[in-house]
Design a protein around this ligand. Structure first.
Ligand SMILES: Cc1cc2nc3c(=O)[nH]c(=O)nc-3n(C[C@H](O)[C@H](O)[C@H](O)COP(=O)(O)O)c2cc1C
Length: 208
């Protein structure tokens, strides 16, 4: 039997469990809770049970992304999903975020549009840009038949998403410089590259 301390030292670290610096956040590991719509926010108000749900999934300096959260009554896609556009909703989120912070967690709110997220004490915002929702409409050439500056070229398909990112960053006071690079590319370059890949993938699917 070898020395247990020595065995631990020799065990290679799993990359997934190693720290990661994400802008101003020092994550202690790279496992993130994906946003998961739960439809348990009756009347669009987060319920006390959500405090338990999220804090059970909190780890110290681990990142959680809250379920998609509407910013207006017209932003809703599913019943009983939470919102953040009324004072009641804002107040209901507070103990949920506080419980996460009490365990040392980092909590982002996923929003469907620009909202008043800074009032709720969340640490950051994720903009929902997938799953055929509004932003995705703009980015998919199959449904975007616009002829203005929001349609046509890849740059134009990305324009709405990028404008939204900028507006949200301005609204919540985020330093947009924090998210300026990925492999030394600007957000626009990254988005265009992603769209190109999607196009290649979709064309391949069509052929098969
Ligand atoms: C029940 C359910 C609810 C989801 N809700 C959201 C959501 O609110 N926002 C979002 O961006 N993705 C949502 N997703 C997508 C997940 O976050 C995740 O991206 C998706 O399940 C793909 O990850 P996987 O390949 O690990 O399953 C949801 C998925 C499921 C199954």
């Amino acid at each position: 039997m070898g020395n247990i301390g020595q065995q631990q030292e020799e065990t290679p670290k799993m990359p997934l469990l190693s720290p990661y610096t994400m802008g101003k956040f020092q994550l202690s590991h790279r496992i993130v809770l994906a946003p998961l719509t739960r439809e348990r926010s009756f009347g669009n108000v987060p319920q006390p049970l959500a405090t338990l749900y999220y804090s059970q999934r909190t780890t110290r300096r681990g990142l959680l992304i809250a379920e998609a959260t509407g910013v207006s009554d017209t932003a809703q896609g599913y019943p009983d999903t939470p919102g953040i556009w009324t004072k009641e909703q804002v107040e209901a989120w507070k103990p949920i975020v506080e419980a996460d912070h009490a365990k040392g967690g980092i909590f982002f709110c996923q929003i469907w549009n620009v909202g008043r997220v800074s009032h709720k004490g969340f640490d950051g915002v994720e903009i929902h840009g997938a799953h055929g929702f509004l932003i995705d409409h703009f980015m998919k050439y199959q449904v975007n038949d616009r002829t203005d500056q929001y349609g046509g070229s890849l740059e134009n398909l990305c324009r709405f998403a990028l404008e939204l990112v900028e507006e949200v960053a301005i609204e919540i006071g985020v330093d947009i410089k924090e998210c300026k690079t990925y492999e030394h590319k600007t957000p626009l370059m990254v988005l265009i590259q992603a769209c190109k890949l999607i196009r290649v993938y979709e064309n391949r699917e069509r052929r098969e």
